[in-house]
Design a protein around this ligand. Structure first.
Ligand code: ZN
Length: 215
């Protein structure tokens, strides 16, 4: 029979032993102790769990560790989301002259609006979650990255957008295809179709359409 060791007043982690109070566990009476936890709870702990270091609190320590781990994971997870990747890429295009696409963005004056600049959660609140296979697109290619001008676009929308924003020169003026369409009152799809079938830019823009502006 092992020599009895009085643990009264000893401290194990957050626990201070108050008094012996054996407990029925695993089919037999075993040596155990009522302990006071730093958090104010009392708890009964088997001698072997105190001495082995397995139990160091009433349970509050493990809860706190789990909570801390979950918080860390949540934070870490946020940084790895597709939305964060989009936000980060947007900032790089507009703010980092070393970015290979900078000349098409920051280099020609495209800005990230103030609320989104250093606040990813604000960006996420405004844009919402990114659907799979979508990308961050600006509706107006000369416009800034801001709530009214940004959407999560499908590859098709993206292609349409690129098309609408394609530069067309007529005479001595160059503007987006969508701006020409607006100006002359022809559907942008008609202008696109004409250009893609070999019409000159002048004819594509200046020839009236047979049926004007399909709704
Ligand atoms: Zn506790």
């Amino acid at each position: 029979m092992p020599k009895f060791i009085d643990l009264t007043d000893e401290v194990f982690g957050r626990l201070t032993v108050l008094n012996r109070k054996d407990t029925f566990s695993g089919g037999k009476m075993r040596t155990a102790w009522d302990c006071l936890c730093d958090c104010g709870e009392t708890t009964n702990v088997l001698s072997e769990n105190l001495k082995s270091g397995r139990t160091k609190s009433c349970g509050c320590l493990a809860s706190e560790e789990t909570a801390a781990r979950n918080t860390a994971n949540a934070k870490h997870g946020l940084w790895r989301t597709p939305e964060h990747q989009s936000w980060s890429n947007m900032r790089n295009r507009c703010l980092s002259p070393s970015n290979p696409d900078y000349h098409n963005y920051g280099g020609r004056g495209i800005k990230v609006c103030d609320p989104w600049l250093n606040d990813f959660p604000a960006f996420l609140r405004d844009m919402g979650p990114k659907p799979p296979m979508h990308t961050l697109e600006r509706k107006e290619s000369n416009g800034n990255y801001e709530p009214g001008n940004c959407i999560w676009a499908t590859p098709k929308q993206q292609a349409n957008n690129t098309r609408r924003n394609r530069k067309v020169t007529v005479g001595n003026r160059t503007q987006n295809m969508s701006q020409w369409a607006e100006e002359v009152g022809i559907d942008v799809g008609v202008i696109w179709h004409r250009l893609s079938t070999g019409w000159s830019a002048y004819d594509a823009v200046m020839t009236p359409a047979k049926s004007q502006r399909t709704a």
